[in-house]
Design a binder for this molecule. Structure first.
Ligand code: WTA
Length: 683
């Protein structure tokens, strides 16, 4: 498929979507964007008015300092106003908006056929009960609660119960190791852990409680005992459900297991026993807009994860507004975000944003290719999903299996497709657009970070003409700039550091327990700006293109290249499923390109293919980008959230076994495989 050159490839927003859209045209976007900058107080004030405030926002709506040379960095939105985010997500929707019977979540289990639904009023009851349990366990406003759970309804219940009583949740993705969980529990000094007995990821049994126990032992070894561990009986749940799912015929595979759960009666409590007698009413804790809502750890360049802190009021209005506009949400929508709640996408766009809008969502426990490679599309059809949000890594994975598994399902319900997490290469974008969305659904390529709380650069589906691979324009209230190495703002067509010039309500407020690290990481390099750490270019039409992390940039003979650009060129070849490119020291050029490529099923790695790939890159980017090394990679080292770990690939390229911390690698076996096959890379 011939790729349109950058700048030419404008895919208009589909006119059918403009009818009834919240932002129906580019002109409407521009007008609203202008207002968000010129009258921020009125703009965000109008959005805040849709929520319940115990004490209304008044006085100075926004106070901040972004300049380290002028004093400490701080950001305050609506300080002095009081509210409760859980009340706004649940009580307001049930009582004021009369959405009690509306489905909040369709829960779809790992195993097809295993599913449940939960309405807004039922969710409210469960949250109140669990909030009462937490209070009874001595959890108070400001305390930290660690949550280590699979993708089950109780995970949402647990986080909202924390929010209801003003405690901070610190969710640790259930794929992290005991070591990582312990490190995060200690860093924010959590007093309670919520976990589950066990779950299946595809056909792999994960005995979560056992890992949680290892983490707790490590905490004890460091003299930081945690008082209580609350355990959801998930895998062994059937015994608890009257006429349980096990009674169905034929019985669902793997559902009737009571895995042996290690138990310490002094610490462990079953969730179902605690909630049994808890009241379904629970007065929320009225919090200041600037009170802390949660901590979420994200990796840092020093290797020690940073606890990103978000606050109640700003995060609430920002996730609500971005969800409404970016997915053009309407009451009849069925929305599905495939991210795990353990990541920021699951916080903002599976929990807070959708519930703030009274949306109906799918909450999926399983994997995209289990039990078969068309699982995603069968779920889309089953629930008639209208808005679908996933990651480029998932798209490339599914692309590997061709069009047939997609096309055998209808997907007629789909209206908007979204992507997040890394730059999407135009080939994957086009496949998503043409095959999955049948050229009917716009793609919202949403650029944001754990730190930004919500979308900061993104198309709006009925308004923004799209360019494959571009996150297009800023969301309301967001002011991007591109800086050169000296911190000068570049105008017009330019490439450099992506920064933001002023705060939006959802920006993080601090690093938990280490405000100095917050200032150093994000504000020190270029005083007066929030520095994203991403490279970015702006084309002649003003579109923003993320070129990848700055540390993924490389300099070949004095030319700045982004690894993402080269990867996209490689993935453009019909035999390549995925590619990762790292810089490699070169005696003459300074740095050169070392490429790892994963092939699509049925393709073989030969010298002829290597030459073709080299030509492909040369043709797409220029001779300067010609790779020196191309190595076949049956698998790539990735984090459990699917990010390629280029740091490790750089060591493999150098044949250096000093790998540093490898605890976050999802499948460590691929590393030794790549070392073994390394010699093939050189000609
Ligand atoms: C990258 C995920 C290009 C970027 C929400 C950012 C993207 C990092 C995009 C944050 C996108 C995220 N296009 N790059 N649409 N979305 N990124 O904190 O490098 O897990 O800095 O937040 O992902 O990752 P995080």
């Amino acid at each position: 498929m011939a790729l349109p050159a950058e700048g030419d490839a404008l895919f208009p927003a589909p006119p059918s979507l403009a009818r009834g859209a919240h932002v129906p045209s580019l002109a409407a976007y521009r007008e609203r964007y202008r207002r968000s900058l010129e009258e921020p107080q009125e703009f965000w004030g109008d959005i805040a008015k849709e929520f319940y405030w115990r004490t209304q926002p008044s006085g100075s709506f926004l106070k901040y300092n972004f300049d380290v040379t002028k004093g400490p960095i701080f950001i305050e939105w609506m300080k002095g106003a009081t509210t409760n985010i859980c009340y706004n997500l649940l009580d307001r929707n049930v009582n004021e908006k009369k959405l009690g019977d509306k489905i909040a979540f369709y829960w779809e289990g790992n195993e097809p056929g295993d599913s449940t639904v939960i309405s807004y009023s039922e969710l409210l009851h469960q949250v109140c009960q669990f909030a009462n349990v937490l209070r009874a366990q001595g959890v108070k406003k400001g305390d930290r609660v660690s949550i280590y759970m699979p993708m089950i309804v109780e995970l949402v219940v647990a986080m909202l119960a924390c929010a209801r009583i003003g405690a901070l949740h610190s969710i640790v993705f259930a794929g992290f190791s005991a070591e990582s969980l312990c490190e995060r529990i200690l860093d924010s000094n959590c007093s309670l852990l919520i976990t589950a007995d066990a779950f299946y990821r595809g056909d792999k049994l994960i005995n979560l409680k056992q890992i949680a126990d290892e983490a707790l032992q490590k905490c004890r070894d460091k003299d930081a005992p945690l008082r209580t561990c609350i355990v959801v009986k998930h895998l062994g749940r059937e015994a608890l459900v009257s006429g349980g799912r096990c009674g169905k015929s034929p019985p669902l595979k793997r559902l009737c297991q009571d895995v042996p759960t290690p138990w310490d009666a002094g610490v462990d409590r079953w969730w179902h026993e605690l909630v049994k007698d808890a009241s379904k009413e629970c007065e929320p804790e009225w919090c200041d807009a600037e009170d802390e809502l949660f901590v979420l750890y994200t990796s840092g360049s020093t290797g020690k994860p940073k606890g990103v802190v978000h606050t109640v009021g700003g995060y609430m209005i920002f996730t609500a507004a971005t969800f409404k506009y970016v997915f053009d949400h309407h009451p009849e929508d069925v929305y599905w975000c495939t991210a795990d709640i353990g990541w920021i996408t699951g916080h903002s766009y599976l929990t807070y944003g959708p519930l703030a809008n009274g949306a109906t969502s799918v909450l999926f426990e399983g994997l995209p290719i289990y039990p078969d490679v068309s699982r995603m599309w069968s779920i889309v059809d089953k629930y008639q999903v209208t808005k679908f949000y996933t990651a480029p890594t998932a798209i490339r994975l599914l692309m590997k299996f061709g069009d047939e598994p997609v096309k055998k399902h209808s997907r007629k319900s789909l209206k908007v497709l979204g992507t997040v997490g890394e730059p999407i290469n135009p080939e994957a974008w086009l496949w998503y657009y043409r095959v999955v969305g049948e050229e009917r659904c716009p793609i919202v390529d949403t650029f944001w970070q754990t730190e930004t709380g919500g979308h900061v650069l993104t198309p709006l589906p009925a308004a923004t003409p799209m360019k494959p691979g571009s996150a297009t324009f800023p969301f309301f209230g967001v002011v991007p700039a591109i800086l050169d190495e000296c911190g000068e703002e570049l105008e017009g067509e330019a490439e450099g550091y992506l920064v933001f010039k002023q705060p939006w309500p959802g920006i993080m407020r601090t690093v938990y327990g280490n405000h100095e690290r917050f200032e150093t990481t994000y504000f020190k390099k270029f005083p007066g700006y929030y520095v994203t750490g991403d490279g970015c270019k702006r084309d002649k039409d003003g579109y923003y293109w993320i070129t990848g992390r700055i540390d993924d940039m490389l300099n070949v003979s004095g030319h700045l290249l982004s690894t993402a650009e080269v990867e996209s060129a490689l993935v453009g070849h019909a035999s390549v499923a995925e590619a990762a490119v790292v810089s490699h020291p070169h005696p003459v050029k300074g740095e050169c390109l070392y490429c790892f490529v994963t092939l699509r099923d049925g393709h073989e790695f030969t010298k002829a293919l290597r030459d073709e790939l080299r030509n492909q890159v040369r043709e797409k980017i220029g001779p300067i980008a010609t790779p020196d090394y191309i190595q076949h990679a049956p698998g790539l080292p990735k984090t459990r959230s699917g990010k390629i770990m280029r740091r490790i690939l750089r060591q493999i390229a150098k044949n250096d076994r000093e790998l540093g911390d490898t605890s976050t690698v999802a499948d460590p076996a691929v590393i030794s495989q790549l070392f073994q096959q390394r010699c093939e890379a050189a000609e």
